[in-house]
Design a binder for this molecule. Sequence first.
Ligand code: ZN
Length: 105
Amino acid sequence: MMSANVCQSCSWSFREDHAGTEKDGRLSALYCRYCYEDGQFAQADLSLEGMIEFCVPFLVEEGMTEVDARAKMTAVLPGLKRWSGEVGHSALEPQTMETSPDNGN
Ligand SMILES: [Zn+2]
């Protein structure tokens, strides 16, 4: 079954055949392959602003005006997991959870 996922880095709606890949070769449900390959971001040091600038030309190519494209990216990208901090680079690193939560109450 093919279902569209929204890339949590660039907001592109990608299907499974354009999904990014984890280190072990599994497909990522979160990122497209242009953003994410072999368990890492293709442009790991890209800033949110950089991603906006990166995406705008593609939207313009699809018929959007540059102003609209930038406005859309500026509105959408900060809510995506990569940029909101919900899932970052550390998502793939071994979890180092503290086993003793300190709720000083
Ligand atoms: Zn992407």
